[in-house]
Design a protein around this ligand. Structure first.
Ligand SMILES: *Cc1c(COP(=O)(O)O)cnc(C)c1O
Length: 344
């Protein structure tokens, strides 16, 4: 029987229709701005996120790293960001290496910090204090990833942006799964993203494309990003082949994210009823389900033997992510396997 792969929404494979769109894509030399499909995708994302311009990049990690590179100045600049967010956990120390940035966590484990918590972090390193790093950039991860797919309420985003602006700080939105938050909340992508200096979405998570992400901002900032895109080898050639998957995903894979959310809710409700599982199903707002079991590694190994894959985050926490390659029957099989694993 096929694997029920809840390890991550990055595990999606392009559908036949997406592959057909890729095969038929018009292409040109991307780094000379002559790939028509890339230009279409960039214009779509700029408009979607309420920004002037956008640039297609190979990955979301590169979106974060290049945005950080253009915001951070040499000389001890500081990034203020939520706990366990992607630049801290999963970018190989890039902000320190590529930009010379100090990273400081704001708020608690939830990763959605309050405006007052940001105020306090800024106040701890006041301007003119030559001992302290200089607060420069505020990053928001919307929705959160390792903090469980939680959505920042629109007002909280606005309030955090107000605090940042009051102190003259730059702002960056890691919207790897922004469209999950959009579909789940009904708030538009532009309402969430337009207030940031830079913002991006990933095509390789729930949107189901094989490669690519798009970073938006002002024309001036995007031109500056292009300098580092060239420097780090992110400029491409006939990239329309992969950009076509992004265009296809924006047309056909956004509304369906609601199905992933419904399945994540069903999975969470089922898991919460099992003895040995700790979780609050009400905390599941998008497609990520994080729960606690007595032994995460043993639990995942038992699931794997039943053809169900989830990921252990640490000794007790497990993460399961729904996406377009997991159907209702897959959720049923995952719950059966979880029940058996905990009984055994
Ligand atoms: C996946 C992810 C990234 C990185 O995107 P890649 O395309 O995998 O490089 C950044 N931030 C968040 C929140 C993510 O989930």
């Amino acid at each position: 029987m096929a694997l029920v792969n809840l390890y991550s929404d990055t595990q999606t494979r392009p559908t036949e229709a997406m592959r057909a769109a890729m095969a038929a894509a018009e292409v040109g030399d991307e780094q000379r701005r002559e790939d028509p499909t890339v230009l279409v995708l960039e214009a779509r994302v700029a408009e979607l996120l309420g920004h002037e311009a956008a640039v297609f990049l190979p990955s979301g990690t590169m979106c974060n790293e290049l945005a950080i590179r253009v915001h951070i100045r040499p000389g001890g600049d500081e990034i203020l960001l939520g706990a366990n967010t992607h630049p801290l956990r999963s970018e190989a120390g890039g902000p320190a290496v590529l930009s010379g940035a100090v990273m400081t966590v704001v708020g608690g484990a939830d990763a959605r910090f309050a405006p007052a918590e940001l105020e306090a972090a800024i106040a701890a390193h006041p301007p003119g204090d030559r001992y302290a790093p200089r607060p420069r950039l505020v990053c928001v991860e919307q929705p959160t990833n390792l903090a469980g797919g939680r959505i920042w309420p629109e007002q909280q985003v606005r309030d955090v942006l107000d605090v940042a602006r009051t102190h003259g700080l730059r702002t960056h939105l890691d919207g790897a799964r922004l469209l999950n938050a959009v579909v789940a909340s009904g708030t538009s992508a532009a309402a969430y993203a337009s207030g940031f200096d830079t913002a991006w979405i990933d095509f390789t998570k729930g949107l189901g494309a094989p490669v690519g992400a798009c970073l938006a901002g002002s024309r001036e900032l995007v031109d500056e990003v292009w300098r580092y895109k060239q420097m780090l080898g992110g400029a491409m050639r006939q990239a329309g082949i992969i950009a076509a998957a992004g265009v296809y995903a924006l047309d056909y894979h956004v509304e369906r994210l609601a199905d992933d959310h419904a399945r994540a809710g069903r999975l969470a409700a089922g898991l919460a009823e099992l003895g040995g599982v700790e979780m609050d199903p009400a905390s599941v707002e998008t497609n990520i389900v994080i729960f606690t079991v007595p032994d995460a590694a043993a639990f995942c190994a038992a699931l794997e033997a039943e053809g169900v894959r989830m990921g252990a985050l640490d000794a007790r926490r497990v993460r399961a992510v729904t996406h377009l390659d997991v159907d209702d029957a897959g959720i049923g099989r995952a719950l059966d396997a979880a029940r058996a694993a905990l009984a055994g």
